[in-house]
Design a protein around this ligand. Sequence first.
Ligand SMILES: [Zn+2]
Ligand SMILES: [Zn+2]
Ligand SMILES: [Zn+2]
Length: 267
Amino acid sequence: MTACSLTFLGTGTSHGIPVIGCTCPVCTSSDERDTRLRSSVLIEDENHALVIDTGPEFRLQALKHKIARLDAVFYTHDHADHINGIDDLRSFSRHGPLRVYASRNVVETIRVRFSYALDADVVAGGRPHLLLTVIKPYETVAVGTMNVTALPILHGGDEIFAYRIGSLGYVTDCSEVPQKSVEYLRGLDTLVVDALRRFPHPSHFSLFEALGLISHVGPKHAYLTHLSHGFAHQELEEELPPSVHVAYDGLVIPIGGENEKEKELYH
Ligand SMILES: [Zn+2]
Ligand SMILES: [Zn+2]
Ligand SMILES: [Zn+2]
């Protein structure tokens, strides 16, 4: 895997920040980093691009970051804040089918929820041409030079996917990481993990739990995402350890190539 980059397209929780109707200091903040669209990332090598999740603001995110091509889409799970932008993948499947990877359950849900777009029997123009493809737990798919491995994690009572891509781990909407997946998150340069709020939540890591995973698997750098309006960017950044940062919409970070741990896993 050659060097590539990660762009945070969105770093907000399911409401997005500002929350509709809320007048709290974070929702009314003048710091641009406190405005958070729904969580999604763009990952690119020199010739290929993929996104993880397409929330309701995917169109705006694609326009803002001038995304002109996509080679694959990976879904973590089927909550609205992660899949409802799927219609706007039309633009990326004009010249050929777009490969979309998700767990078996999520593929089935997408087929039902978006049957008007995906069912070949429905007469409609302008439907996205998506090749819905099941990715199995711990299976690795190559997109250009990027090796993407699906890692089962728990989101409350649901098993969903985190992904490892080279020396990057992307773990959102997580309440628990099974031991086998913990092993796949060792030796990372960068771990992105959700930290919803300060106090516990049944289906998301709190700040304390996110920091616990970070210290347990020991990445070189970590970024917090899927943040609620309980966190002001600057204030949270100042209280974190030096290797842990608060992600914000538009932040671009380099992702290292294949490291020793990845070689061990894939060769
Ligand atoms: Zn979510
Ligand atoms: Zn608020
Ligand atoms: Zn969720």
